[in-house]
Design a protein around this ligand. Structure first.
Ligand code: TYD
Ligand code: MG
Length: 463
């Protein structure tokens, strides 16, 4: 009889190795290797089955979707949940994943679809309490506190197929098919595999909740990300009430849409006009803030970028950034130094995107540069202006996509002018003033000239 092969699996990244070692070779984490049972199935004498091979061209049909009616959620999923698809929702503990999914399940139930919510973390009574707080007690959501995947599948195979099955969370689930402790990578992968098979077999849409590790990966089972059809992340700063739902991967829709929610005493509320919210606490008239006209997916979004540039007391000046890519900040600072004679090497630099939003667009370069120069020169920027444009290493300001919707949104919110790349010249809506800049040097010169409060008023009249 053959001896059972044992192997070691990294609990952080899922890499397997034949020998134990203190440090995972794949991800470099210490003390994460744990012994687990054989992953290789027993050798079978079964011959392969012959299957038909199809041409690329043929009859197709649009994936059937069910929209739940929560517009911000439906937008991020690409118009609703696809039947038989599996979605992974990641996020920090306490960010509101359970709250969001209970609201989604209730919305499904209201739309006369069978919605089942399985909690592996909380007792039924706790979920009921939350439902009461959200005023959802009357929704016909089926509820259970269970962790065995076999039991869940057996129970749900009776009766009508659920339209939606929520599993909160995948880390608490375990399957008998795998010999490993619950929470280990092998077990999470095994449990996810079983639930994915259930979804494909029955056509139920399944949402798995996944916890996020300290470095932002969906905990341990990154492998699960490859198995599911869509990965969403639920983000937000603990101290802000805004929550952002973002698609990271989606086999059935776009990945650049975001949904904006506000956490209130009565649950998550949809935010219909996020720009208004992100600009609601603007500090008018102080130097170091610029409004960026951005695009998230198909939707324009205005946010305030705040910068503080102060003489450093340290040998190496500090660069701290919240909500933006630190590498892009370094690049903008280098361009300002090299091409615009803005000396920042003796200054600490702090950059913050207001409201807890995370910006990924390079189009924010010009707005960040404007905020930085404004802070350094102690010159407030005009309160009625928005900024956007990408900066290249040569200091040139490059055009960005979707100029018209950015400008329209700015006008809708009462802004009167925009500082934009030259290519945007023709796209101004009526009654809206454009200042085009070819290089970052133009921008710095404009701020240095018009920036002081007395002169700024004159500048506004002739614009
Ligand atoms: P929860 O959905 O349990 O987070 P997760 O499942 O991601 O761990 O939400 C937890 C937080 O949300 C908790 O700190 C309290 C807050 N909250 C509200 O502010 N209002 C509400 O109506 C609810 C239900 C929760
Ligand atoms: Mg939870």
């Amino acid at each position: 009889m053959a001896t059972r092969a044992q192997h070691f699996v990294c609990q952080n990244c899922g890499a397997a190795s034949a020998r134990w070692s203190g440090r995972c070779d794949a991800c470099g984490e210490w003390n994460t290797l744990a012994e687990e049972g054989s992953a290789a199935p027993a050798r079978s004498s079964r011959k392969g089955r012959v299957f038909a091979i199809e041409p690329l061209k043929g009859a197709t049909h649009e994936a059937p979707r069910v929209a739940c009616g929560i517009a911000e959620f439906d937008r991020v999923t690409g118009g609703g949940l696809v039947r038989g698809s599996v979605l992974l929702l990641g996020g920090d503990p306490g960010i509101g994943k359970s709250t969001l999914l209970l609201e989604v399940a209730a919305a499904f139930a209201r739309g006369r679809h069978r919605a089942v919510y399985i909690s592996g973390e909380e007792a039924v009574a706790q979920v009921r309490l939350r439902a009461e707080r959200l005023s959802l007690s009357d929704a016909v959501v089926e509820l259970a506190a269970e962790t065995s995947v076999e039991d869940i599948v057996a129970t749900l195979s009776h009766g009508p197929t659920p339209g939606l099955l929520v599993i909160d969370s995948i880390q608490t689930m375990w399957t008998e098919k795998v010999e490993a402790a619950p929470g280990t990578v092998t077990q999470v992968r095994g449990a996810a595999g079983e639930l994915i098979r259930f979804a494909k077999r029955t056509g139920a849409a399944v949402i798995l909740v996944g916890h996020v590790t300290k470095d932002g990966q969906i905990a341990g089972p990154r492998v699960v990300e490859h198995m599911v059809d869509a990965v969403l992340s639920f983000e937000g700063e603990g101290s802000h009430q805004f929550r952002i739902l973002r698609a990271i991967k989606n086999r059935f829709g776009p990945t650049d849409e975001i949904g904006v929610f506000e956490m209130t005493g009565a649950g998550l509320q949809e935010v219909v006009n996020p720009s208004e919210l992100f600009l609601s606490e603007r500090d008018l008239g102080s130097p170091g803030t610029a409004v960026f006209a951005g695009i998230e997916g198909t939707r324009p979004l205005l946010v305030e970028i705040q910068a503080l540039v102060a003489p450093t007391t340290l040998g190496t000046p500090r660069r701290a950034v919240v909500g933006w890519d630190p590498n892009r900040l370094s690049m903008v600072l280098a361009v300002l130094e090299a091409h615009c004679a803005v000396r920042l090497s003796g200054h600490d630099v702090y950059l913050n995107v207001a409201g807890g939003l995370r910006i990924q667009e390079p189009a924010a370069d010009v707005a960040a540069a404007a905020a930085l120069v404004s802070s350094l020169a102690r010159a407030p920027l005009p309160a009625d202006a928005v900024y956007f444009g990408e900066v290249s290493l040569s200091g040139a300001v490059r055009p960005v996509a979707q100029t018209a919707p950015r400008l329209k949104e700015a006008q809708k919110l009462g802004f009167a002018r925009a500082i934009v790349p030259e290519a945007a010249r023709t796209e101004a809506p009526e009654g809206f003033a454009l200042t085009t800049i070819g290089t970052l040097t133009n921008l710095v010169a404009d701020i240095a000239r018009d920036g002081t409060p007395a002169l700024r008023r004159v500048g506004r009249q002739d614009a």
